[in-house]
Design a protein around this ligand. Sequence first.
Ligand code: NAI
Ligand code: MG
Length: 352
Amino acid sequence: MTTHKIAVIAGDGIGQEVVPAALECLERIARLHSLDLQFTHFDWGSDYYLRHGRMMPEDGLEQLARHEAIFLGAVGSPQVSDAESLWGLLIPIRREFQQYINVRPVKTLDGVKSPLASKEPIDILIVRENNEGEYSEIGGRIYRGQPHESAVQETIFTRLGVSRAAHYAASQASSRGRRLTSATKSNGIIHTMPFWDEIVEEAVRLYPEVTLTSELVDALAAHLVLKPWTYDVIVASNLLGDILSDLGSAVTGSIGVAPSANLNPEGDFPSLFEPVHGSAPDIAGMGLANPVGQMWSGAMMLEHLGHPEAASHLQTAFESVLREGLGTRDVGGTSSTSEFTAAVLATIDAID
Ligand code: NAI
Ligand code: MG
């Protein structure tokens, strides 16, 4: 039996609903595939912050480092500033554990209605640079409250950071549709974006089978709405990738089904798996949360841990429940989180 130690942070809001739902499925899958998934639960997040003044303990990263993977719900609460919740937990984990690749699949699922009129299937892999770019700590704010108050924030692109994102994206494209689109804005952002373009081009040259297109992000955003089925893999900087992936998930039907993986490809540190959505305080505690994004993130975690069959068992189960017409309110259904989860558990057993 293969053992994996997994750190679980359910976090805030609907994280407390979708994480237990996905864990039930992972436990069932583990039993059927002879895996020993050892989950350690951490009660970190905004409630922890309100009690202790921090999102996680001082040695939080050391505690997490003892695990092979991290399974996260969401963090964020109306009672804690978003800067505090993001920079006190998620961003330190992504940075310190060198999770420099953020993979966000954008795919139509049968049963999840897209707001687009066209029924062409969408299957895009968004690769977002996850450690640098626009999300930098370099900058400052002066003359607070005065008429000449000002704020500066620097974008940081490094040769290493851009080229490893481009390599990862190109190798994914190579095993999929062999088309890679790089999101850029080198017409307006005249230092960092031409640098991004140059390094992406240089990296992708090593993959002659992959066709690279650079597309200005404003046009790319429009095309993602008008003809999303024409894209295969998209590589983007931290901020642009974040925006494009929310757009992508909206175009496929609901942010509630979108998964993501924050990867340290070398395996020197644990990787983190979480849905794209946040803590959704507007529906928290109401049993309305769609657990598919969390379940799909669980399937990506199984894949990453080296268990593709277990991953596809879980994936097939929730996809077939959706196909049968069951779903939570965000995808036009009437199931509660727990009703939907029960149906997935039954399907996991049925297709064993
Ligand atoms: P959000 O993703 O939490 O919610 C956006 C909208 O989508 C809401 O109307 C919500 O009800 C709906 N929604 C989201 N997930 C859903 C699901 N699984 N099922 C059904 N409906 C779903 O984004 P929002 O409102 O901008 O942020 C709320 C909080 O979450 C903020 O504090 C924000 O900072 C935090 N956040 C945390 C993230 C993380 O932990 N990685 C990512 C994004 C936001
Ligand atoms: Mg986002």
